[in-house]
Design a protein around this ligand. Structure first.
Ligand SMILES: Cc1ncc(COP(=O)(O)O)c(C=O)c1O
Length: 379
């Protein structure tokens, strides 16, 4: 039976023109981009753009093959080396997207007799990787190391176990209690994987993410990340000290059976990673903007996540109110992400914002004024 889906794009939304990391045109009007995941504003980084143009001229528009066939160029190996050094770990494997990194890595690294323990608020790509694996899957309560410990205690001690969490969670912007999770993993001899999709570039002295921020990189077995957020382009990766990471190159279907990244994308990712590593001022601006908007939204009396991070999910009473609020924001020239079940934790209806280092104070004031209107509608 083939499912017929109608109204798959109910909002009919499209960005007509990009002007900068924080400004675009929608329906003939300028808008402030407030949900872009472009935390550092690097999509328009001149060095990254120049590197992409140069690689495009030198190597063409695409590789037309997978890493296992004709799609492994020197640039792919080069950025794997760069990623390993960036994190101070021995090995890195590059994927074509962050989604594929999670699906490919998780499905390949565990087998039939192994056990996966995943945080219940995990991203869809983590769930899909688990489903594709032959391992037994257990979910533990979101950000609850004690619940994780209780579940592990009941499992056969000799079985291989992989715990999977995220650094900053993508909908409510809350942090994983990584120190406590590392302690549980060590106590029970489990492996720990952290998806740093939303924390790469955002946290840590050189932008390595939550694990780096907490000085725990060497205690994490596998770090997964994406280039589609702070790095400002597309691509995914896994880094580790474990030799077992190489398994992925032979066993991950999401690595073997898809084309590798175009050299222009690799070149821009490489330049942006270098900027992230060497320019802490971007992170300082991002966190100053985060402080301003988080405090401003809270002062309006809106219901927001527990941790002050550049990911802010504003909880609305229901989907209809959320859609109304989203429209009010758009009419006020502010474009946020509409996040509705099943993509949200606890089936919440969220207006999901992400802050950018390149937002100006004036833009943030416009955003707060627009949210004031949303709040007034809620009564
Ligand atoms: C936590 C998390 N992991 C992985 C991904 C997938 O990243 P990509 O856009 O590179 O496929 C996302 C993207 O939304 C994410 O939020």
């Amino acid at each position: 039976m083939i499912r017929e889906l109608t109204g798959a794009d109910p909002l009919g939304m499209r960005i007509e023109r990009m002007e900068s990391p924080t400004r675009a045109w929608i329906a003939g009007k300028p808008v402030i981009l407030m949900g872009s995941n472009n935390y550092l504003g690097l999509t328009f980084n001149p060095d990254s753009q120049a590197a992409a143009v140069q690689a495009l001229s030198a190597s063409g528009t695409g590789t037309t093959g997978s890493r296992a066939a004709n799609g492994s160029y020197a640039c792919h190996q080069g950025i794997e080396q760069q990623l390993a050094e960036f994190f101070g770990l021995r090995k890195a494997v590059l994927f074509t997207t962050g989604y594929q990194a999670n699906v490919g890595f998780i499905s390949a690294i565990v087998g039939k007799d192994d056990i996966l323990l995943i945080d219940s608020d995990s991203h869809a790509s983590i769930y899909d990787g688990c489903k594709l694996s032959d391992a037994t899957i257990y979910r533990f309560r979101h950000n609850d190391p004690e619940d994780l410990a209780r579940r592990i205690e009941r499992l056969p001690p000799q079985a291989n176990k992989l715990i999977v969490v995220e650094g900053i969670y993508s909908m409510l912007g809350d942090y994983a209690p990584l120190k406590e999770l590392v302690a549980v993993a060590k106590r029970y001899g489990a492996y720990l994987m952290v998806d740093e999709a939303h924390s790469l570039g955002v946290l840590g002295p050189t932008g390595g993410g939550l694990a780096q921020h907490l000085g725990l990189v060497q205690d994490i077995d596998f770090i997964v990340g994406t280039f589609s957020k702070s790095v400002g382009t597309i691509g995914g990766f896994c880094v580790s000290n474990h030799e077992a990471l190489d398994t992925v190159r032979f066993a991950a279907r999401a690595y073997l059976f898809t084309a590798s990244l175009p050299p222009s994308v690799v070149a821009s990712a490489s330049a942006s990673l270098e900027r992230i590593r060497t320019d802490p001022s971007l992170r300082e601006k991002l966190w100053a903007n985060t402080d301003y908007i988080y405090d401003g939204l809270r002062a309006l009396g809106l219901q927001i996540g527990p941790n002050k991070t550049p990911v802010i999910g504003i909880a609305m009473p229901d989907a209809a109110a959320c859609l109304r609020g989203w429209r009010t924001l758009l009419e006020s020239g502010v474009y946020v992400n509409l996040a509705l079940p099943p993509a949200t934790p606890g089936n919440m209806a969220l207006l999901r914002c992400s802050i950018c280092a390149a937002h100006t104070r004036e833009q943030l004031d416009t955003v707060l004024a627009a949210f004031k209107r949303v709040k007034a509608q809620l009564g």
